[in-house]
Design a protein around this ligand. Structure first.
Ligand code: ATP
Length: 219
């Protein structure tokens, strides 16, 4: 519950954040402002080390996310998935977060359209909406169709206006955003080839990348 006694409204944006970039930050900030959320928590995912190279350690990814949000009161970092030594399912994270909140507090799980389309492969995905609403970040020019497995769910649970999402969870809404054509993959590629990533990541994140020699081709 917030200081005013009203239910809290908390956004959750999970990701690898390898590294965090302006696409994540603008997306989170726009959702926070559009929906009047109390905060959006960036939740770095645990990832088995060195599936792909070059990449950075959980410790570095967390440090960069912390630096990225340090001056942004609407954004926070939630490190719970990194505090375990194995991958967490989103459902586990939501259940754990629920345990810390008041019954009527609202959780908004924020996912990109691509991630949303992959929902049926998530662990016990049909239970997610028991704990949260789902906000799908969609680009205005997108023409993608939802996969068959999600059609019934969308028909039953989606609402047109994200501001109309009520109660502690159970509904789905789309938030339309002008896309920023940036991805962590592209940032890693730029750095590996010696190109600048200035203005694609916050300056504090860039300083961290440089100070720790991250994403260089020799890493
Ligand atoms: P990678 O290129 O390594 O796959 P990524 O840039 O897609 O990484 P993730 O950490 O996988 O970043 O993304 C976390 C979340 O942020 C996902 O829900 C994803 O849809 C969203 N996201 C990623 N890039 C953007 C962007 N440019 N604009 C808005 N949302 C984004």
């Amino acid at each position: 519950m917030s200081a005013t006694g009203a239910p809290r409204r908390i956004g959750v944006l999970g990701g690898t954040f390898d590294p965090v970039h302006i696409g994540h930050l603008r997306g989170a900030l726009e959702v926070a402002e559009t929906l009047g959320l109390d905060e959006v928590r960036l939740v770095p995912n645990f990832r088995p080390p060195h599936r792909e190279t070059p990449n950075s350690s959980a410790q570095d990814r967390l440090a960069m996310v912390r630096l990225a949000v340090q001056d942004l009161p609407q954004l926070a970092v939630d490190a719970r998935e990194l505090e375990r030594d194995k991958p967490s399912y989103t459902l586990d994270t939501l259940e754990s977060l629920r345990g810390e909140l008041e019954r009527d507090d609202q959780i908004f799980l924020i996912v990109g359209w691509d991630a949303f389309c992959g929902l049926p492969s998530w662990h016990r995905w049909e239970e997610l909406l028991e704990h949260c609403h789902i906000l799908v970040m969609q680009r205005p020019d997108a023409d993608s169709e939802a996969p068959e497995a999600l059609r019934d769910l969308l028909a039953a649970r989606s609402v047109n206006d994200p501001l109309a999402l009520s109660g502690r969870g159970g509904q789905i809404a789309f938030v339309w955003q002008a896309p920023l054509e940036v991805s962590a993959t592209r940032i890693r590629q730029f750095l590996a080839s010696g190109r600048s990533v200035r203005f694609l990541v916050p300056d504090a994140v860039l300083a961290y990348i440089n100070a720790h020699g991250l994403y260089r081709a020799s890493n």
